[in-house]
Design a protein around this ligand. Structure first.
Ligand SMILES: [Fe+2]
Length: 294
């Protein structure tokens, strides 16, 4: 794939990472305030590619928060099990003694919820616009993050399936997601869960920046409105697997201080197996959504 330079922000270089979405962007320092033309170019690239990879960005939490604000207001943290800062989740496989978490520990189960394909905060009435994940300590060869595109999923969906899905709505429920891994809540308290009751979103949405339609499905879907529970879940799984079919996934292989930004409105992601011996510490900021799913 060709490297392309942007005419309106000449110092940025863009290297597509997949035929349909995802690009690596270099030529700026995330620790510094970005001039308006760079901010605009980054927002345009975010809308175009859905997943942006930035290398060698040794940010602090405050610098990460400031950079993330280029794309919108931030969503605050809700779940204390991974709290690092009012706007930063620390997704870490290290326990309070500095040891790698053992299997079936509460905090590990919280991380493992992210092993299912999902889009962040789809269980909120106004789901997240985007997320920025900074790799502070990254393992080699495991604990990667995979992405696929719900825009491409919709564009390539057979007509018969499009007709079946368009107009359907799904119930997204974080408590359901957690229950698949830990009936005790994986460190998420009942009070915290009470702030995110089940919500209903359409299964097809229009991207507010590009005007393009995309599927909107997530591992947080508990059922589909109007369908028997098992049938609804099977349909959601089928659509997710369609988006993530072979040839349509970009798997990011982390290097230290990579940062990856993704568009939760039209991209799905999941973590591959959380390491049992190597340290993995990622810090996530979340861009708040700008309105209900339409
Ligand atoms: Fe996630």
């Amino acid at each position: 794939m060709q490297t392309e330079a942007l005419s309106d922000a000449a110092q940025l270089t863009v290297r597509p990472l997949h035929e349909h979405f995802a690009a690596e962007v270099t030529g700026f320092d995330m620790r510094k305030p970005q001039p308006p033309e760079i901010q605009k170019a980054l927002r345009d690239l975010f809308a175009r590619y859905s997943v942006l990879v930035f290398r060698d960005q040794r940010v602090t939490d405050e610098e990460q928060v400031a950079f993330t604000r280029i794309f919108g207001d931030l969503e605050g943290t809700t779940f204390s099990v991974a709290h690092s800062h009012p706007y930063v989740y620390q997704l870490s496989n290290i326990d309070e003694n500095g040891e790698v978490l053992k299997p079936d520990t509460t905090k590990r189960l919280f991380l493992e919820v992210n092993a299912r394909w999902h889009t962040d905060s789809s269980y909120r009435p106004i789901p997240a616009k985007g997320s920025l994940l900074s790799g502070r300590e990254v393992p080699e060869g495991e604990g990667e993050t995979a992405f696929c595109s719900m825009r491409v999923g919709w564009q390539t969906l057979p007509d018969e399936m499009r007709r079946r899905v368009e107009g359907l709505k799904a119930v997204h429920n974080y408590a359901y997601s957690i229950s698949l891994f830990d009936p005790d809540g994986a460190g998420v308290t009942q009070d915290e869960l009470a702030t995110v009751p089940p919500v209903v979103h359409p299964m097809v949405r229009t991207h507010p920046d590009t005007g393009e339609k995309n599927l909107y499905v997530s591992g947080h879907i508990e059922r589909v409105v109007g369908l028997p529970e098992a049938e609804g879940r099977a349909l959601a799984e089928e659509l997710i697997e369609w988006c993530a079919r072979p040839g349509y996934v970009y798997e990011h292989h982390w290097r230290p201080f990579d940062a990856v930004l993704w568009d939760n409105r039209c991209a799905l992601h999941r973590a591959t197996a959380i390491p049992l011996t190597q340290r993995r510490i990622m810090h996530r900021t979340t861009i708040a959504g700008e309105g209900p799913v339409t």
